[in-house]
Design a protein around this ligand. Sequence first.
Ligand SMILES: Cc1cc2nc3c(=O)[nH]c(=O)nc-3n(C[C@H](O)[C@H](O)[C@H](O)COP(=O)(O)OP(=O)(O)OC[C@H]3O[C@@H](n4cnc5c(N)ncnc54)[C@H](O)[C@@H]3O)c2cc1C
Length: 310
Amino acid sequence: MQKESKLNAENRQKTSGRGSNKVPIGSADFLAPESLEKALDYRKRYGFEATVIAGGTDIMVDYFERLYEVNSWLDLNKIEELKKIEINDEEIIIGATATHKRIAEHPDLQKYLPMLAHASSEVGAWQIQSRGTIGGNIVTSSPAGDTLAPLLAYDAKVVLQSKGGNRILDMSDFFIGPKENVEESDELLTKIIIPKPSENILSRWKKVGKRKALIISSLTMAILIEIDNDGVIENARACYGAVAPTPIEVKNVGDYLKNQKLKEVDAKKVGEIAVAGISPIDDIRGTEQYRRQVTHDLTVNAIKEMAEEI
Ligand SMILES: Cc1cc2nc3c(=O)[nH]c(=O)nc-3n(C[C@H](O)[C@H](O)[C@H](O)COP(=O)(O)OP(=O)(O)OC[C@H]3O[C@@H](n4cnc5c(N)ncnc54)[C@H](O)[C@@H]3O)c2cc1C
């Protein structure tokens, strides 16, 4: 790869990777383009050889002991276009490098996407929220990522952009396993597109962790219910994180709820359907049994609370 000769000097700085034979101190390329077009040029040329960095709150932890392995960084922070949050009559479009702090504090997102704003307000603590981005949360693709269940519940789509064009995917098609996704080496995640929710939406987001702050979730839940003027459920999506290899929607919950009067729903039955749709494992943040019980209880409570709200 002929990096040296082709790169735009203005967009290059040097970073101090730890000493190693592979990439000597100070020799990793630091690419910090100011335009998306330039970033996509770099992405095409370097592929996964250049490590993309947004807020750095995941990637710097991953590489903490092995910064020397990074040959090149592709920093997205100077690209204003990727930070935008736009709302029109039909859609809410969130740029991939919008930080959790901006999302949590954005009045329109609090209004239209309260589960997402709430989830962002509970990522780590304020230092992490100030740096960490929604795109980083998605591309890390941890089943426990806090914004992922809300985004699934809101039926979000992700835009993967490359020099060759755009791919727009349902969030559920983006994740393929724990920390694995379908992003190609020449692509960047540029936007998240969410259909603007109607007025008649009820929702509940819950995060369960071993302590209040700075904790990876043991489980997350995002339930969204759309009702008509008579309180009949037109649409429902129940989504969970950290209960399967990827964040998931339990579609059977939505199917069961559809066309029922919310006030007459058997909440316990909904909890049972939710539990039947997950496949949790034992790990340091909770046992399989614990996750099944919590999924059940959170779901039952959410349905009851929403029924009382109307
Ligand atoms: C102390 C601490 C507490 C935390 N607490 C939580 C928590 O409570 N909940 C939670 O969900 N997470 C938590 N995290 C994880 C992290 O903060 C979030 O996942 C955050 O959203 C990551 O965003 P970032 O911009 O920092 O990602 P980065 O670290 O910059 O990038 C993450 C990954 O995504 C890739 N990437 C980033 N942006 C793009 C893009 N636009 N296109 C393509 N690839 C891209 C990077 O190459 C990297 O692989 C915590 C982290 C720390 C260190």
